[in-house]
Design a protein. Structure first.
Length: 368
């Protein structure tokens, strides 16, 4: 399978710039992988596809305000600093991405406020855009992290480009009223499952679930469980090799509890539906499959890259967003639902006006 097999024409106006008014207002395309049948539904219909004893597994990672803006010393050039992960808590070392990267070299200092209460020194180059920073400040420990997050903004993906003109704002206000855009993003670019801080991008499929949606599932006897997968740099890394076997995925931290293992084992034993919510959940589950075909409790890292052909072991249902052309997320979806089925479904979604991206519509793939 090649990169070019995942091209499709996506009109720019179908890339969602804002979420729907309510989490469960989104449209839902249901793909039956074995027959190729497609149904056009709404998120409110989701619970009808599950029965008592089925389980839904979501990601409980929590997004932190990872995008900051600084000025380079002397030149005062504006620099975007995107926090990836904390390396050393006591010494305040962080891995980051910088843009534009060509201006930032080892030894440079970046100023984050006029009073220079927080300054960062570049101490290493990690990738073409990656740098390791040492923050210089009087703040210590958790108080420093709190102050750092206070300077950050919600790390929306780059394809969300909002021309905040009069027409755009009128459309926004029709849906969200006078709620400030940044406050809306802070709330909606997060899931109802969010508990453990560590993600630099939202596990977007989970953003469609509301408390009411979870209650509908509970009433039908469906169990909801979580694992942790801290969405990291890999979410932003494009696939730029035609031969997919040569693509390397950045490692992400995952955690799977013994309680979840027991729930999955019980569902398998009873031939119940096991639904992975989002590509991060599916990858984490597949990473911890043992030689006996069962999953195990785990705390560690994964760099698993799933693309067609691939035999899935754990989940038999997959709840996802509509992803960008040639993205690694689309490749995983195609591996689960079948490349031909999924690409046909995507083309139908474009024709039917579905919204794509993190704030877009949803897709449920049933593989039973």
């Amino acid at each position: 399978m090649k990169l070019s097999n995942f091209k499709f024409k996506l009109p720019e106006e179908q890339i969602a710039q804002f979420p729907s008014r309510f989490r469960d207002d989104a449209r839902l395309l249901v793909l039956h992988a074995k027959s190729g049948e497609i149904e056009h539904k709404m998120m409110n219909d989701l619970a009808s596809y599950f029965d008592e004893g089925d389980i839904v597994i979501a990601n409980d990672t929590k997004v932190f305000p990872a995008r900051l803006y600084a000025q380079k010393e002397k030149t005062l050039a504006n620099i975007e600093v995107f926090l990836l992960r904390e390396l050393q808590h006591e010494n305040r070392y962080w891995d980051v991405l910088v843009d534009p990267a060509r201006k930032i070299r080892i030894g440079n200092k970046l100023f984050f406020d006029e009073d220079a209460t927080i300054v960062a020194e570049v101490i290493d180059n990690t990738t073409s855009r990656g740098r390791t920073l040492r923050f210089l400040t009087d703040y210590e420990g958790d108080e420093f992290v709190k102050q750092l997050y206070a300077m950050g903004v919600t790390p929306l993906p780059k394809y969300i480009r909002r021309p905040m003109d009069e027409e755009t704002m009128m459309q926004y206000e029709e849906v969200f009223g006078d709620l400030p855009v940044d406050e809306m993003d802070e709330e909606r670019y997060q899931t109802v499952f969010a508990q453990k801080i560590g993600a630099v991008a939202a596990p977007a499929a989970g953003m469609h679930f509301s408390k009411n949606q979870l209650k509908r599932l509970e009433i039908r006897g469906v169990e909801t469980h979580t694992l942790t997968s801290h969405v990291g740099l890999g979410n932003f890394k494009s696939v730029d090799v035609e031969d997919l076997s040569k693509h390397k995925v950045e490692s992400e931290q995952i955690s799977i509890s013994a309680e979840l293992v027991r729930a999955v084992d019980a569902a398998h034993a009873s031939d119940k539906r096991i639904c992975a919510v989002g590509t991060e959940v599916m990858r984490a589950l597949e990473h911890v499959v043992g030689t006996n075909g069962q999953i195990k409790a785990y705390d560690g890292w994964t760099n698993k890259f799933i693309y067609p052909p691939y035999d899935f072991t754990v989940a038999n249902a997959f709840f996802v967003n509509f992803y960008m052309p040639q993205s690694s997320q689309l490749m995983m979806v195609a591996a689960f639902g079948g490349h031909e089925n999924v690409m046909y479904a995507y083309n139908q979604a474009v024709k039917e006006g579905y919204r794509f991206g993190d704030y877009g519509d949803a897709m449920l793939i049933l593989n039973d």
